[in-house]
Design a protein around this ligand. Structure first.
Ligand code: WT7
Length: 647
């Protein structure tokens, strides 16, 4: 890890929202005088009833719960749209860049977004949607995806966005888990010139779900789709029939806003639930502080709306702040590896927020694809999703930002709602590879395996000692699992699942997951999920999946597969299993390596020794690296695995 140091550039220090001392003082107040601090911070939102309460959370089993601003009332969509109409109704709110650079961008002012969202909300009402209903959104990266979220928020329905790259199987599982009655989708999506059959995937998923009564379909590509009578409705036809205004529903701060499924170390993906007041405040505040957002800035978060980054930093945070938010339909490297920077130039983007995996892939293509573009509009460069290696950090800083733009490396999780540990450009000296310091109200601690709090420079498990406004409130339908997953490993604290080091300056360096979650191209994947998919295949008796270091993706997926007695390993079967996982979960779960293994290393009690499997996948096969194998039921399986290492 690098100990290089990049002090706050003079131009930033001069105009900062907070400077070095300001950040420290603000942080101190947020901890020492939290109640007053958060009442004041909450004023950045428009409340129907302003809250008098702030944090009433407890991480202890006896009175466990997470609750903020509980007597406040507001509507999230009114905060993202209506309150801007008087001051910036004609400013572009959503700027859409299509998949193909040959096509024209689309622009929606706040006034136009208001009408689109109101009509959409009225269509949802017409389809029977009521406050508290769960509406599944399975959409490409088109403006209607943002309208769908805001329309749900307007009527108090809870949206559950499922990433458009997930398979019908995965979609069905998520629809069933939260018992959705409505699905919003499009005829097709587009990525890098290819079509994604979203509506057909919904049709396949709905063969397995009985709860869904209506499907609202956006005409995006005009591709042929089957419309089921009485169930499927075209958005544009319905929207033309309903009023252009829809009063926002009065919501309690703790009323649910959305569910977002994410992978854990065990079991099925969990429905992470976020509520209205605390989440919106957290998304908006962090968007302003970390990215020094100023009116007029063109903001681009290059994530997909199917992930929390898209929720918080394409839609809710920027729109609550009255920003112009750019939404990009395509992928970073298409049609050429210059595309991102061409989009920056085309729209004069001030801040871009992307993932290390994209940067590593672009870096490999050579600097020329970057340097042939101007990028003079850029002021800030953000990164999120996985640890950024110092080499990629320096490339981003030097080649992309021409040493002028601070790098904002934000550490957070689906569960945390928005950024938790991150720099502020005018207030934080940077070190490549470190997410730097905690944001207001965030109390990170490093604890050892026994839960002892380590002080000063230390390395261990990253936990958060007290609640913050954007914290998830529960696992949908399973409050006990929420407590069990996050608050029992180190009682009284929120367990992040990440390891971290804190250096002598108090800077945090995230070292990666310490549980059975892997991070593939910034996408979070439970090894258990991939294993469950593999064992569903008729030839597979047993499977164990681990991550291994991958130059571009950060981590790759390495699967050890034991076949049934009558099946023989073959290239064909390897291909079939790869395709199988793609259909069961989606392309993001595609195993990079499948190694056929006659047996897996297990303890005498039958527990798979993942530590050993990880070492072999990493290519660490010396007896010292593999450590003690004497406790294994059959130590010879390790020799076989080493001798037949794949990949
Ligand atoms: C996991 C959360 C954060 C929104 C997108 C991913 C890893 C995330 C960083 C970072 C090092 C990071 C962690 C975390 N992670 N950002 N800046 N540096 N690691 O959300 O899918 O819930 O994944 O992503 O391991 O636990 P997610």
């Amino acid at each position: 890890m690098s100990d290089d140091f990049f002090p706050v550039p003079a131009v930033w220090a001069k105009n900062a929202l907070l400077d070095l001392e300001g950040r420290a003082a603000d942080y101190k107040r947020s901890i020492e005088d939290g109640h007053a601090y958060w009442l004041e911070r909450a004023k950045r939102l428009d409340w129907i009833t302003p809250p008098t309460k702030t944090d009433e959370s407890s991480f202890e089993e006896a009175d466990f719960g997470v609750q903020w601003f509980a007597d406040g009332e507001l509507n999230v969509s009114a905060n993202c749209i209506d309150r801007h109409l008087a001051t910036r109704g004609d400013q572009v709110a959503i700027l859409w860049e299509p998949d193909s650079p040959e096509e024209e961008p689309r622009r929606y002012t706040y006034r136009q977004v208001h009408e689109e969202v109101c009509r959409f909300a009225n269509v949802l009402k017409g389809a029977g949607a009521k406050k508290g209903d769960r509406i599944t959104v399975y959409m490409p990266m088109i403006p209607e995806a943002a309208f769908a979220l805001l329309a749900c928020a307007r009527i108090g329905a809870i949206h559950s966005v499922v990433f458009g790259g997930f398979s019908p199987e995965a979609l069905a599982g998520r629809i069933i888990d939260c018992d959705s009655n409505i699905v919003i989708t499009a005829d097709e999506g587009r990525r890098a010139g290819r079509k994604v059959p979203l509506k057909a995937n919904v049709d396949a998923a709905l063969d397995e779900c009985t709860s869904v009564k209506q499907v609202i379909v956006v005409k995006a590509t005009g591709g042929q789709v089957a419309m089921k009578d009485g169930r499927d409705l075209w958005l544009h036809e319905e929207a033309a029939r309903v009023p252009a205004d829809c009063p926002p529903e009065r919501m309690n701060a703790e009323d649910p806003l959305f569910i977002l499924y994410t992978s854990g170390s065990t079991g099925k993906p969990k429905g992470v639930l976020h509520t209205s007041g605390g989440y919106l405040l957290w998304a908006a505040l962090t968007h302003e502080l970390c990215f020094d957002y100023r009116p007029g800035d063109i903001w681009w978060c290059a994530a997909d709306i199917g992930w929390v980054t898209g929720h918080s930093y394409i839609v809710y945070g920027p729109l609550a702040n009255g920003a112009t938010t750019l939404m990009y339909e395509g992928v970073p490297h298409w049609p050429t590896p210059s595309r991102i920077w061409e989009v920056v130039d085309r729209h004069q983007v001030h801040t871009i927020f992307t993932a290390p995996t994209a940067l590593r892939a672009l870096m490999r293509e050579g600097d020329e694809f970057v340097t042939r573009t101007s990028r003079q509009s850029l002021r800030l460069l953000g990164t999120v999703g996985e640890p950024i290696n110092p080499e990629a950090w320096r490339w981003y800083h030097h080649v992309v930002g021409e040493d002028r733009c601070p790098i904002i490396d934000t550490w957070w999780q689906t569960e945390t709602g928005a950024a938790m540990i991150a720099p502020m450009p005018g207030a934080t000296d940077l070190k490549p590879g470190s997410a730097t310091l905690p944001l207001p109200g965030v109390v990170p601690q490093i604890v050892d395996g026994e839960g002892q709090v380590l002080h000063g420079a230390a390395e261990g498990n990253l936990v958060i000692a007290q609640s913050w406004p954007g914290q998830m409130r529960t696992v949908w339908g399973d409050h006990a699992r929420f407590f069990q997953t996050y608050f029992t490993t180190f009682p009284g604290k929120y367990t992040t699942g990440d390891g971290a080091r804190r250096d002598a300056d108090g800077y945090y360096w995230i070292t990666g997951r310490v549980d059975d979650v892997i991070n593939v191209s910034g996408h979070r994947m439970g090894t258990a999920e991939v294993e469950s998919a593999l064992v569903l295949h008729e030839s597979v008796a047993e499977a164990a999946v681990v991550g291994f270091p991958h130059d571009i993706k950060g981590q790759g997926i390495y699967a050890y597969v034991t076949l049934n007695a009558h099946d023989e390993p073959s290239e064909e079967l390897r291909k079939a299993l790869t395709a199988w996982v793609r259909t069961e979960i989606g392309p993001i779960a595609t195993p990079d390596v499948i190694q056929f293994a006659p047996g897996l290393p297990k303890t005498r009690s039958g527990k798979i020794m993942r530590r050993i499997l990880r070492k072999i996948a990493e290519g660490e096969v010396s007896p010292q690296a593999l450590g003690d194998t004497s406790t294994l039921a059959d130590p010879s399986v390790v020799e076989h695995l080493v001798a037949n290492r794949a990949g």
